[in-house]
Each structure stands twice: as structure tokens, then as C-alpha cells.
Design a protein around this ligand. Structure first.
Ligand code: OGA
Ligand code: MN
Length: 252
């Protein structure tokens, strides 16, 4: 479903589609000088990635909404197939013996996460360790600012993550997750203008990088299986493990 590398013909096609479907593009040809915010958003319009589903709420023409959208799309990036199947297998083999001894927690209705078990791990071996290191280098400007441990979050097939913002006490400006075993849909919703939201397809073996506006101004959640839809298609959510690296909290 995901087009990871667009060839030139596809880009031309998508640009034409944008021109047809977006009035903002038409005004581009009227040579009218646009505000900086509008220019930035026009630039993004050509490149709305396949992994994001923007709902109709963003259509209302307003500079403020364009500005928020721009920040969201700059702050949330997904790299499909960031790890190979062999790397996924190695990472899974390393954590599974430990994870399967724990029970999934369903009981606490007020927890942000429902149906999960988790741990933190600092030492990794073999090609799994290399993959994690590659993910850190790709996500964090300066790997020395990463927290030393990786958060391992194992969601049961009936599990889901409710909307939340990661606590600034425990995490800096970047959250980067490697997604194992199952695809999932992550919804980001603006914390104040709550009608503004977008869905992101986290394909199996992808890496997502959520930072800045996406990390601070939006809540994020992982949809449960029966609500797990993307661009009209059901994305079956089975058991899913995410390996999350975070930057160190910024001292308050
Ligand atoms: C979290 C979280 C997302 C994921 O643990 O705070 O949002 O990809 N996890 O599992
Ligand atoms: Mn989170």
C-alpha cells in the first residue's frame, strides 16, 4: 500500500493532482505574493506523504491551520521498511523470552495504555543492536542526547494506547519508534484545537520519528483493532511490539 520511493512520473502525476484539487496551487500562478506561512505550507502540499491521512478538518482555509499542519508534517516522519525481516526476527528473538514471562495488563482503566507489557533494555546484540543504533542515528540529531535505554512496549492484539503526550519530565523533543510484528494506525490530535487530527500508517518494520510540534502540541494514540482504519481500509492490528528511543528530558 505504501509507495516508499516515488519515481519522476509519479511525482509529476501527484503535482498535477494537487493542482487540480487544490485552489492554493491556482493562486500560485497568479503571482500574488503569499505570506511566509502560506509559502511553507504550499511547499508541503506537493509532498504530503503516503503514510498520512489528513482528515477534512484541515481544509478550512486559515493561515493558522496551515501553520499547524506544516508543523505536524515536519514533526512526524515515517520511514517504511527501516529494518529488514532478518533484523526484525533478531530483535524479536532477543526480547521474546523475557516478554513472554510477563502478563499483559488490562486492569487499570485510567492508564494511558490498555493491554500491554513493557520493559526497558540497554544491552542488545548482533544485527538487532546494529538496527537499533541505525535508528538512533537516523532519529536523533546527536545520539549522545538519547536516553541510554530502549523502551520495549508489547501491545496485545486487543491492546491500544489512549491519547496522551509523553511527559516532558521523562522525555525530550524526540520520540522514535521501531515497529515490529504488526502495522498500526497512530492518530495525532491537536491538544487545543481538538478538531484537528491526522492518522499515520505505521507499517510493520517502519521507523517513526515524532518531534517538536508533533511531539509537544499533539496527543498521540494507537487505535484498537476495530477502529484501525487508514484511508478507508482496515489495518488489522495484531500483537505489536514497539522499540522506542527517546531523547533525554530537557532540564526544566
Ligand atoms: C508510549 C507510546 C507508541 C508506540 O509508550 O508513550 O506512545 O509506538 N508508544 O508504541
Ligand atoms: Mn507516547
Amino acid at each position: 500500500m505504501i509507495i516508499s520511493s516515488l519515481n519522476t512520473r509519479k511525482i509529476t502525476y501527484l503535482v498535477l493532482l494537487s493542482i487540480k484539487s487544490n485552489k492554493k496551487w491556482i493562486s500560485l500562478f497568479t503571482a500574488r505574493r503569499q505570506s511566509i506561512a502560506n509559502e511553507a505550507s504550499t511547499e508541503l502540499d506537493t509532498k504530503i506523504p503516503d503514510y498520512v491521512d489528513l482528515s477534512a478538518c484541515w481544509d478550512k482555509a486559515s493561515e493558522n491551520i496551515e501553520h499547524i499542519k506544516c508543523g505536524l508534517l515536519k514533526g512526524m516522519k515515517i520511514v517504511p521498511n527501516f529494518i529488514s525481516e532478518a533484523e526484525e526476527n533478531a530483535l524479536f528473538a532477543e526480547i521474546e523470552p523475557y516478554m513472554k514471562r510477563m502478563r499483559y495488563e488490562f486492569d487499570h482503566w485510567d492508564d494511558a495504555i490498555h493491554g500491554f507489557r513493557e520493559t526497558e533494555r540497554t544491552e542488545w546484540s548482533g544485527i538487532g543492536a546494529e538496527a537499533l543504533q541505525r535508528a538512533r542515528r537516523h532519529s536523533l540529531e546527536d545520539v549522545t542526547t538519547a536516553l541510554p535505554h530502549t523502551h520495549v512496549l508489547d501491545l496485545d492484539e486487543k491492546g491500544y494506547i489512549k491519547p496522551h503526550v509523553d511527559a516532558v519530565r521523562f522525555c525530550g523533543r524526540t520520540v522514535a519508534g521501531l515497529c515490529l510484528l504488526s502495522p498500526a494506525v497512530m492518530r495525532l490530535r491537536h491538544s487545543e484545537q481538538t478538531d484537528l487530527f491526522a492518522d499515520f500508517l505505521l507499517s510493520r518494520r517502519c521507523l517513526y520519528i515524532m518531534k517538536d510540534v508533533a511531539r509537544y502540541d499533539f496527543t498521540h494514540e494507537i487505535l484498537q483493532n476495530d477502529l484501525s482504519h487508514f484511508k478507508g481500509y482496515h489495518v488489522p492490528r495484531t500483537r505489536r511490539i514497539s522499540l522506542i528511543n527517546r531523547s533525554q528530558p530537557i532540564s526544566q
